[in-house]
Design a protein around this ligand. Sequence first.
Ligand SMILES: C[S@@+](CC[C@H](N)C(=O)[O-])C[C@H]1O[C@@H](n2cnc3c(N)ncnc32)[C@H](O)[C@@H]1O
Length: 280
Amino acid sequence: MQPKLQRRVQRYGWDKASVHYDRYWARQIEPSQALLLEMAQLRPGDRVVDIACGTGLVTWPAAEAVGPDGLVVATDISDRMVELVNDEAERRGLGQVRGARMGAEELELDDDSFDATLNALGLMYVPDPVRALNEMRRVLRPGGRAAAAVWGRRDRCGWAEIFPIVDCRVETEVCPLFFQLGTGDALEYAFEAAGFDRITSRRISSSLHYEDEEEALGAAFVGGPVAMAYARFDDATREEAHAEYLESIEPYRNGSGYRIPGEFVVTLGFNEPASTPEDR
Ligand SMILES: C[S@@+](CC[C@H](N)C(=O)[O-])C[C@H]1O[C@@H](n2cnc3c(N)ncnc32)[C@H](O)[C@@H]1O
């Protein structure tokens, strides 16, 4: 898929998914976000960029960690997500949060101006993840740190069939490289390619719990990355796609609901100051 088209599919797809996202996904992805925040070690007063912030699930604990003297710039490609974050920041009285629409590959932020950059479950949607990581490093001060979480290996994510089920009904693939960064050491290599140092990673297993078929279908079709393609399906196509998806997750049935395996990889890297002759 052309990068420009991929960005458009993401931008408008997540606009649609925004109102459903927390209901279907907040509980399921919390372990990856908690690990990301633990590894990022945010401190009071830190200046942070939360990239691909979505509805702000990472923005809020980050804002708490940096406190009123810090700053969290919450950025996303979806206008709707950014609006939600700005509204919620106002409702919570968090003056240290500023939402702004921008793509991960082109941050409209100054060089060397942040202590930490976060990207929770956003890099899989970006056409050029190394470019996005380069941008994370560019805006970090020397010694600043970047943390990113992605979904893990495809065969360890029991919901993965959603992509071929949707892709075979639309013209172009929705997320062509979705599981690439979660395979092997790919995320670490991407950090390395972007020039980060002292890179460490952790891989964790998790389970997605759905109470019933309706919840499992909602998460897969309206709450996430295929929302835009799905919005264009007619009723018959929807029914077919639902039936195929339910069949694909049948092995994970748990009573009237589901317990679907998932895996995440979280990586941390530092923007080390360039060494000078005196350092050597
Ligand atoms: C799965 S959500 C993750 C949201 C949030 N970080 C979280 O952990 O809940 C993925 C987000 O990535 C955003 N996104 C997709 N492509 C993007 C891009 N090229 N630049 C910035 N954000 C992007 C989407 O709009 C969506 O809000």
